[in-house]
Design a protein around this ligand. Sequence first.
Ligand code: ADP
Ligand code: MG
Ligand code: MG
Length: 306
Amino acid sequence: STGRALTIQSHVVSGYVGNKCAVFPLQLHGFDVDPILSVQFSNHTGYGCWKGEVMTGEQLQSLVEGLEQNGLLEGYTHLLTGYIGSASMLRTVARLVRKLRTYNPNLVYVCDPVLGDNGRLYVPAELTTIYREEIVPLATLLTPNQFEAELLTGMTIGSEEDALAACASLHQAGPPSVVLTSLDLDHSASSSSTITLLGSTSQPQAERCGQRFRIVVPRIPSYFTGTGDLCAALLLAWTAKMPDKLGRAAEMAVASLQGVLRRTAAAQAVAEAAGKTGIGCRELRLVNSVDELLHPKITEEVTWLD
Ligand code: ADP
Ligand code: MG
Ligand code: MG
């Protein structure tokens, strides 16, 4: 197999966010995937209502102990974390990363520091401090959006220059690789027509690959959930295939993601034409997108910045 990945994210029974967006793509890419459910909800919280339970730090600790007592913490090559809703669980994750590295010092930790978006927090404010102090220093690849990068650095990002300075500040805090997954740097429009990803790595790259890069994608005028979670999982999958080519790996991840979104938007249009307008029609068409996930067509090319 490509590797063994432990992935700690939310789970929904119906639909695609969190681990439902990560497990299938990672398995397709050849990983043995061991999911831990930070929450188990009936559906994502954009629906009218939802039911379910949130995992506590103690419950996570208990699972970790079960794995450790059977020698099952030994083989992990990758850890992926996404939405974590409580301080106790986040502190337990920090202890888990250190423990996994005692078994495998080369463990790659892909951390999506899910805090919020567009100026709004969707976790308790105290999690920002725990991410800053305990989690970010442990990450191999950090994938914040613009708002999260601002929270983690205390910097304001209004330009590409600011974004690169934020990446440099994050490198200093620990992670050798950073991908800012969505920057909105176009202040002329209320909702800009493009989304910019910016990547930076302090590691030497293979020939003709720069250490800093930009990828600009056209904004599809539709409503999606789970795209950030899928983005982090695909970055893990493609960086595992191209370890010293972060820009090229991001180009493949974005191509896969955009392929899934194009297929999803087309299916949404068909559903709407048939009079179906429920939120369920907006779910990502992940299992229909095997080709896009494995053999994406590059439509947005990487631009090297150095
Ligand atoms: P995050 O806020 O965590 O960055 P998003 O879901 O906002 O997560 O964005 C993650 C990625 O998903 C973006 O880099 C972009 O490639 C893709 N994406 C999200 N929404 C759209 C959209 N409407 N059109 C095109 N791409 C999108
Ligand atoms: Mg976003
Ligand atoms: Mg995100």
